[in-house]
Design a protein around this ligand. Structure first.
Ligand code: ATP
Ligand code: MG
Length: 274
């Protein structure tokens, strides 16, 4: 009988450890400093990105939204500071990145299938498995795209879908999206928002979305990071916990309207300071 006790306490410890892991930030940014020539974009910036949330970054033009996710994703070097993922450097994690300009992000000489599978090829995944994984992701998103088409044969929306599937194919721990819908028409934007929400509901992947559309940012997000003009400060970290799936009707709810109005007020205050 005495032997049962240590087993129970080990289990409790494991549960406690898992609970602590779930509530710990996914990404910790400490003392981040970034300059371009004379302009200081970030000066000793600290921030925690929560795990398993969809977080939007919103702020005035040129405040440093893209620079921030580019630094977190390791695409831009930092001048000082540290960015850790569960205490580990970036090289230890799998992440997906959707660029704002999908036209430049596609490989024009590769068909849609090979664009989506490209990260798997780089990782040395065998061809048979690459095919299975691409088929799975296409079926999961329920998109009707001819995967034999080259980028120039696809619409903007189709290219952006391919770009999003390429980011998801690695089953990323974190997904970065820089204004992913800005080049799409309204119908395709609405469709893509729903796709993104569906992916998020299914996977709970930590997601960082840069958006210049406040309505979209609030609609899709659990958290909205409002940045000031540079050197960028986190002016406020707004919580929006409306249940999912959210629908167009969500945008008429009092909580949505007041959250959006609050963000807009802060944004306008920051813009006026410029
Ligand atoms: N590679 C670069 N070289 C020099 N300056 C840069 C570079 N990238 C960005 N900047 C400058 O850094 C500042 C922040 O740029 P960033 O692209 O991060 O802004 P943003 O918030 O994404 O803006 P937008 O809303 O226009 O997309 C801007 O003043 C920009 O001119
Ligand atoms: Mg930008």
């Amino acid at each position: 009988m005495a032997g049962a006790q240590p087993a129970a306490s080990i289990e409790l410890t494991d549960n406690a450890r898992e609970a602590a892991r779930r509530t710990a930030p996914h990404v910790t940014i400490r003392g981040l400093t970034k300059r371009f020539s004379d302009a200081t974009i970030y000066d000793n910036f600290d921030f925690d990105i929560p795990r398993g949330k969809l977080m939007s970054v919103f702020g005035p033009n040129g405040c440093g939204k893209s620079t921030l996710i580019n630094m977190i994703a390791g695409l831009f070097p930092v001048d000082a500071g540290e960015i850790l993922f569960d205490g580990q450097p970036l090289s230890q994690i799998k992440f997906g990145y959707v660029f704002q300009n999908y036209r430049e992000a596609m490989f024009p000489w590769l068909r849609a299938f090979d664009n989506i599978a490209y990260p798997l090829r780089v990782m040395g995944v065998p061809k048979a498995e690459r095919i299975t994984r691409v088929e799975k992701i296409v079926a999961g998103l329920n998109v009707k795209i001819d995967l034999n088409l080259y980028p120039y044969q696809m619409s903007g929306g189709q290219q952006q879908l391919v770009s999003i599937m390429r980011a998801l194919i690695v089953e990323p721990e974190i997904l970065f999206l820089d204004e992913p819908f800005s080049a799409l028409d309204y119908e395709m934007t609405l469709f893509m928002r729903e796709q993104l929400q569906r992916i998020f509901v299914e996977t709970s992947t930590t997601t960082v979305l840069v958006s210049h559309d406040l309505e979209e940012a609030v609609y899709l997000s659990d958290r909205i990071l409002l940045l000031s003009r540079h050197p960028a400060r986190a002016v406020e970290f707004v919580h929006y916990d409306a249940p999912r799936p959210r629908t167009p009707g969500t945008m008429s709810e009092a909580d949505f309207i007041s959250t959006k109005a609050h963000c807009l007020e802060i944004f306008q205050r920051e813009v006026r300071k410029g």
